[in-house]
Design a binder for this molecule. Structure first.
Ligand SMILES: *[C@@H]1O[C@H](CO)[C@@H](O)[C@H](O)[C@H]1NC(C)=O
Ligand SMILES: *[C@@H]1O[C@H](CO)[C@@H](O)[C@H](O)[C@H]1NC(C)=O
Ligand SMILES: [Cu+2]
Length: 186
């Protein structure tokens, strides 16, 4: 016959397992996104040739966000990763002050993004989910895509509007960065 204590400890063990597996959760698809567009322009830097911007634009529904990315001056032969970082770039322009990647569902940095399972990636890992920026000399990298997990809703944990855009060198050096802000262009 099971003792009460044993039943209680079995219950606790089950609860502990559930908690452990729930620490990193899949990112939910964002719905109810606003029609506002956000743009981050890379601030000019003396020690990199990389310039450009990333801009959101609304799709036919309020589900997910569309992105338009244009980058110039990518060193020949280098595939650059780029992300949404948690904190804005401060006045001094230091890209190292932008914190870590936007990761509201706690995947962490240890596991690389699986492009075939974007819902499991860090929400801010745009190049992980959509491919790195690459271009031959004197050409621009330009791409558009839909990301289903970033939000333009200010109280959503996956909100990008108060954060920054950071482009990295292959060795993970932070080359250039800029802040997202509402953009009225088109
Ligand atoms: C560019 O300069 C900044 C400020 O001195 C420095 O923090 C950063 O590491 C430099 N980046 C590269 C790629 O050398
Ligand atoms: C940005 O907005 C999100 C969602 O409202 C909030 O959780 C976060 O603290 C804000 N971040 C900054 C740097 O203001
Ligand atoms: Cu980054």
């Amino acid at each position: 016959m099971f003792s009460k204590t044993l039943l209680v400890s079995l219950g606790l063990a089950a609860a502990a397992t559930a908690t452990a597996t729930a620490t990193a959760t899949n990112a939910p698809v964002t719905t109810d996104n606003t029609g506002l567009q956000y743009r981050a322009v890379l601030q000019p830097k003396d020690n990199t040739t990389v310039t450009g911007h990333i801009t959101t634009y609304p799709g036919p529904s309020q589900v997910g966000l569309n992105f338009f990315v244009e980058l110039w001056g990518i060193p020949d032969g280098e595939a650059l990763s780029y992300h949404i970082h948690n904190l804005p770039v401060p006045e001094d322009g230091n890209c190292y002050s932008t914190g870590s990647h936007l990761d509201p569902y706690a995947r962490g940095d240890a596991t690389p993004c699986d492009i075939h399972a974007p819902q499991t990636c860090q929400v801010g890992d745009l190049s992980g989910k959509h491919g790195p920026a690459f271009a031959p000399d004197d050409e621009a990298f330009s791409t558009v895509y839909t990301d289903w997990f970033v939000s333009s809703l200010a109280d959503d944990p996956a909100f990008l509007g108060n954060r920054s855009f950071v482009v990295h060198a292959p060795d993970n050096t932070r080359l250039a960065c800029g802040n997202f802000a509402v953009w009225e262009g088109h």
